[in-house]
Design a protein around this ligand. Structure first.
Ligand SMILES: [Zn+2]
Length: 297
């Protein structure tokens, strides 16, 4: 981590230029990007989870579930009267928290996501989200930190590469993009020319070393998304800030390739210790993002 507190860089500049929407769910900062697209941001927690409500003519979807500290279902009710389901870009702990709020959930079909749905994540794997300085905002009423965990959840649609998620007048295409995790997907809307990047790209420390991660897969996924660049203009990442220029995908791909080839010699090495791993990682820092990989690629 860079020196200082994680929140020293907040608020991120982009948010001052967006239209803020007040809701009763004050855990979430909500921004209207279009009449059909909202960004839902957890600015009070270290991961800065960023979700999106996408509203079609027939139904709506929330992309990613965040930490689950707030109530996404109650929030969505205030923003749309369309029936709404949840779609996860992958099943890491800071993405599945909101599953408790939805009956309909779509996830990429993979051994990792099957296990996540069947077992949820216990306190041992969710607890870090609310530990110590990781939360800088008051918990919402109704949230009990002592009983915080992610219960098992029922996936009502198992997604595959190339699947189309039809919302009515708007279609999201599923692109399987392993690397950050094996069950990771991105979503492409050719109509609006947005690409939801999940955790494959955001303007923070992007990782390939977490459970389910694979750096070679990550390079391949980046190449595939760069090849698809004619079909999108703007990136909608799952953390930190929305509306990032698509050219960052080229920089990310080159960085991932350079790291793999051992061409980058400037990095910070540290041990990353968590519930089910304890490994040496290298952090390659750039102006808009960092890439963090195993040291022994
Ligand atoms: Zn993740």
């Amino acid at each position: 981590m860079p020196d200082g507190n994680w929140w020293d860089i907040l608020p991120r500049r982009v948010y001052s230029s967006l239209e803020r929407v007040e809701t009763s769910q004050t855990w979430y900062d909500v921004y209207r990007l279009h009449d059909w697209l909202y960004a839902i941001y957890e600015g009070g927690q270290y991961d800065e989870a960023l979700m999106y409500l996408v509203i079609g003519d027939e139904r709506a979807v929330v992309v990613d579930g965040g930490t689950g500290i707030g109530r996404l279902d109650l929030l969505v009710e205030e923003l749309t009267d369309k029936p709404c389901f949840l779609l996860l870009t992958h099943t890491h702990n800071d993405h599945i928290g909101g599953c408790k709020d939805f009956d309909e959930i779509a996830v990429y079909d993979d051994a990792m996501s099957r296990e996540s749905a069947a077992e949820g994540l216990g306190r041992d794997k969710m607890g870090e989200i609310i530990e110590g300085d990781n939360v800088i905002r008051e918990f919402p009423s109704g949230f009990d930190p002592d009983s915080y965990y992610a219960p098992p959840y029922t996936v009502t649609r198992w997604l595959r590469d190339g699947d189309r998620v039809e919302l009515g007048g708007r279609t999201l295409e599923v692109i399987h993009t392993p690397g950050h995790s094996s069950d990771h997907l991105c979503l492409l809307d050719r109509g609006s020319r947005y690409l939801w990047t999940g955790d494959l790209f955001y303007t923070g420390g992007v990782t390939t070393y977490l459970p389910g991660g694979d750096h070679d897969d990550f390079v391949e996924s980046c190449r595939r998304l760069v090849d698809m660049m004619p079909h999108y203009e703007v990136l909608l990442p799952a953390h930190n800030e929305p509306l990032v220029e698509k050219e960052m995908m080229v920089e990310l791909m080159k960085t991932a390739e350079d790291v793999k080839a051992g061409r980058l010699t400037e990095y910070r090495e540290s041990r990353s210790v968590a519930v089910n791993y304890d490994i040496l990682v290298r952090r390659y820092q750039f102006s808009r993002f960092a890439l963090i990989t195993r040291a022994d690629l």
